[in-house]
Ligand binder design. Structure first.
Ligand code: GLV
Ligand code: MN
Length: 220
């Protein structure tokens, strides 16, 4: 039978472990840095580290968020990611950023990040933001320059530019690679396609409507 001390230790360990599971997104780091070797054939959770002697400042640098992205897209918005795929030094660090640019009326359409909570900071303009809880409740509002809003991990969320000028925001994530699954694209523009019958029944629409949405969302 375990001693009182070891039972106490076990309880504390389990509490700490479950707390870590609740508050952490990516697993914690075990060394100062582990710059991703993006070309390695080795598959691990994250990326293997490149040799420390090959690490340079450019592994931790990215200038790609300095300027607006082109918003002449179907949705009138564009997301520029600054994650481990662009900044190898982010490997194992559990954070990343994106810049989102919106044309007037532009929408960053409903999507989820399976591996991160997101916090957005508006650089310019005014956007309407929202997410849906698992109780199907929408939580949203308008936010303007200098204001922030949080999208909890795994919940469907979106932003829409409600102003008459371009808008831009910076999004921060507690994951080096949050992953993005666009709801409409996942269902109507996947490869191989989701069966028509699934979409017709789920959305209560006809075959013609499924075809029309597929055509509109097909990658150009
Ligand atoms: C905004 O929601 C983003 O994911 O960049
Ligand atoms: Mn997002």
């Amino acid at each position: 039978m375990p001693s009182t001390n070891s039972s106490l230790f076990l309880c504390l360990f389990l509490a700490a472990t479950s707390l870590n599971l609740i508050i952490a997104a990516d697993p914690d780091m075990l060394q100062d840095l582990c710059v991703a070797d993006l070309n390695s054939a080795v598959r691990v959770n994250g990326f293997p580290c490149k040799p420390a002697t090959n690490v340079t400042a450019s592994d931790f640098f990215f200038a790609g968020l300095a300027h607006p992205g082109a918003t002449n897209t179907t949705m009138g918005s564009v997301v520029t990611a600054a994650n481990v795929e662009r900044i190898p030094g982010l490997n194992t660090l559990g954070v990343s950023l994106s810049r989102v640019d919106y044309a007037p009326g532009g929408l960053n359409p409903p999507h989820v990040h399976p591996r991160a909570t997101e916090i957005v900071f508006v650089l310019t303009g005014e956007i309407e933001v929202g997410f849906v809880t698992t109780a199907n409740r929408v939580v949203g509002r308008r936010i303007g320059q200098g204001e922030v809003f949080v999208f909890p991990r795994g919940l469907v969320h979106w932003q829409r530019n409600v102003g008459s000028t371009p808008a831009a925001a910076i999004a921060a994530f507690n994951s080096q690679l949050p992953g993005t699954l666009g709801v409409a694209a996942a269902l109507f523009a996947s490869e191989p396609p989701v069966a028509d019958e699934v979409l017709e029944r789920a959305f209560q629409i006809g075959a013609g409507e499924v075809r029309r949405i597929r055509r509109r969302l097909a990658p150009h």
